[in-house]
Design a protein around this ligand. Structure first.
Ligand code: PAF
Length: 277
């Protein structure tokens, strides 16, 4: 497995692969890899000739006061996990992506509005900008994103469509702990008592989904789920919404393509989850 530490090393490897006519697959990550990331690698294997995992903690998608400084950087352990998993030909781990004077950014609207963007208005602009740069630098033909960050997945799909990027996007299902908690690098921030409470978010979403499927009024189901989430010990609900899985437009009644999206706080830790209804 090659370790490529800047865009020049990346470009050299890419030139040789492209000369051979190889198809490049990319797994974008911010590192601190867990089984969820490794499932992305598995999802893309067999769909490309060379697979690159990118590791970059992107400052542009963190606002002041968010966890950019403490976001876990576990590079050696990440390399070991990728080697053990197999199937990763190169890790692209640039130490910097924005050179001095960088002054261009993507500004997504459409599916990037609402939900995450209400609390984190900077977030999808930062994600879209870095993902576009990573696609450019890696020469991605295909890339995989987790459904856990569902709105992010939709924002990337929209950007690829809108900007005619020649990159196929595939989605990979959320990987969960045995108790249902969606795997996330941020789960490591949870204190032991909070970790006990955390799986209840998914439980409450499953209960709401069952009731919505039975035809109950969506608003009533969401209110009940919110009350239950707070009663379980969560500190605050950022959002719990029911929407169309493609457009993310709010839905008031059960629909074929319905989706629950949630973000909640447990102490200072913000957890997100999603569930197709
Ligand atoms: O989902 C993530 O880990 C990040 O948002 C991504 C897509 C790697 C962009 O920094």
């Amino acid at each position: 497995m090659k370790i490529l530490q800047n865009k020049h090393e990346m470009a050299d490897a890419l030139t040789s692969w492209k000369q051979q006519g190889l198809r490049i697959g990319v797994v974008p990550t911010m590192g601190n890899l867990h089984a969820g990331h490794l499932s992305l690698l598995k999802a893309i294997s067999g769909k490309a000739d060379k697979i690159i995992t990118t590791i970059y903690v992107n400052p542009l998608q963190f606002a002041q006061g968010e966890d950019f400084d403490i976001y876990p950087r576990t590079h050696e352990a990440d390399f070991e996990k990728l080697r053990a998993a197999g199937g990763c030909d190169a890790v692209f781990i640039p130490d910097q992506m924005y050179e001095s004077g960088h002054a261009t950014a993507i500004s997504p609207a459409g599916v990037a509005l609402g939900y995450e963007a209400r609390t984190r208005p900077h977030f999808f602009g930062g994600v879209a900008t870095i993902v576009l740069k990573l696609f450019q630098q890696t020469g991605a033909d295909i890339a995989v994103f987790g459904e856990k960050d569902y709105q992010q997945l939709q924002v990337i799909r929209q950007m690829v469509r809108d900007l005619d990027l020649p990159v196929e996007i595939i989605a990979s299902p959320t990987i969960r702990e045995a108790d249902g908690l969606a795997m996330s690098s941020r789960n490591g921030y949870l204190a032991p008592a909070e970790r006990q409470i955390a799986p209840f978010l998914y439980q409450a979403m499953q209960d709401a989904a069952a009731e919505i499927r039975q035809g109950k009024e969506v608003e009533t189901c969401l209110k009940k789920a919110s009350d239950n989430i707070l009663a379980a010990g969560f500190t605050e609900i950022d959002y719990l919404g029911y929407c169309d899985a493609d457009s993310l437009a709010k839905r008031e009644t059960h629909t074929q393509n319905g989706m629950l999206l949630a973000a909640v706080y447990l102490g200072n830790v913000r957890l997100i989850d999603q569930l197709k209804v």
